[in-house]
Design a protein around this ligand. Structure first.
Ligand code: GDP
Length: 311
């Protein structure tokens, strides 16, 4: 049987490899090196933190705390890393952990994930991964293909549903996304599915009518599955930097979000964005995408993330 816990940490660590390299903290061989902690060195730490997309304010705070706490002018690299971790934990641990609560399905009733995000963010892939994860956990999963704007989207989703070995609701001839969602809810209720995952068009947030369509879908779910537990999840590409914040804010305004799936963390050197997002938006990162394969998904936990971020 798969050990999800160890697996999770390993996946997070691997996915943060590029970011860790930017932060220059994974070079075990030089851990014993002594660092001359002068202004230039502090400046270089600040630069690296900003480069990893932790955010300017937070990076500044980390460095000024470091200066306060480290009195000596010479320190072992390993010790410095431990200090940085401690500071991040003190600055953010409480607020981040308060946001985090694991998604667990309520038994004996329909749970719904409404998944939104712009095209190319990794939405379809993430839906496939989530479907497989919850199916592996013993749940009956249905995917609703409510992105009726792009013919290719339906086919792509079909492929992922087959990989995950879950059912898909993709009625021919229905072109209105809210009608697809309505039908999917009926089917899911009648056939006692545990989880319905709704795919939506990769709306560009500037396209007002598409956002309106999304609001309609959200309302259809609230009306027709009022007792269901619903998660409104946005999929964000980890490598887009500050745009991530703007995107999430717009979707938040349109339908309200309950969490983030941060895709492609493995291909980004800006994995610090997780901290930036959570502190700016007060929204939890629930899952991270750690690769292109169906099992490449990890649950986000703060401690494991810090472990992966800084060696
Ligand atoms: P969508 O347009 O939002 O549905 O995006 P897709 O799911 O089609 O993904 C866009 C691209 O990102 C594809 O090439 C995926 O293989 C890739 N991708 C998605 N998630 C991940 C991930 O976690 N890691 C990596 N490395 N690639 C990913």
């Amino acid at each position: 049987m798969k050990n999800w816990l160890t697996d999770n940490l390993l996946k997070i660590k691997e996915a943060l490899f590029k970011t860790r390299s930017v932060l220059d903290t994974d070079q075990v061989a030089i851990e014993k090196i002594h660092i001359d902690l002068n202004e230039d060195y502090y400046e270089s730490i600040l630069e690296k933190l900003i480069k990893s997309d932790i955010g300017f304010d937070l990076s500044n705070k980390i460095v000024s705390e470091l200066k306060n706490e480290i009195k000596s002018e010479n320190i072992e690299k390993a010790e410095l890393n431990i200090k940085i971790k401690e500071i991040v934990r003190t600055l953010l641990g409480q607020s981040v952990n308060k946001l985090l609560n694991k998604i667990s399905l309520i038994p004996e009733q329909l749970n719904i994930f409404l998944v939104v995000g712009v095209n190319g963010s990794g939405k379809t892939t993430s839906i496939g991964k989530l479907a497989k994860k919850f199916k592996d956990d013993g749940h009956k999963v249905l995917i609703a293909a409510a992105d009726t704007f792009r013919a290719a989207a339906e086919n792509q989703l079909l492929i992922w549903s087959e990989k995950a070995q879950v059912d898909i609701y993709s009625p021919e001839g229905i072109k209105k996304p809210d009608a697809v969602v309505y039908g999917a809810i009926e089917k899911a209720k009648n056939e006692k599915y545990d989880l319905l995952i709704v795919d939506t068009a990769g709306r560009l947030h500037s396209q007002v009518n598409l956002m309106e369509e999304l609001k309609k879908i959200n309302t259809i779910i609230d009306k027709n599955a009022a007792t269901s537990k619903k998660e409104n999840l946005i999929v964000i590409d980890a490598s887009i930097g500050q745009n991530a914040i703007t995107q999430a804010e717009l979707f938040q305004k349109a339908i309200g979000l309950s969490g983030i799936v941060l895709a492609k963390l493995d291909s980004s050197s800006k994995g610090g964005v997780v901290l930036n997002i959570m502190s700016k938006l007060s929204l939890p990162v629930k899952f991270i995408g750690t690769g292109e394969q169906i099992d490449d998904i990890a649950e986000f936990t703060f401690d494991e993330y810090l472990e992966g971020l800084i060696a």
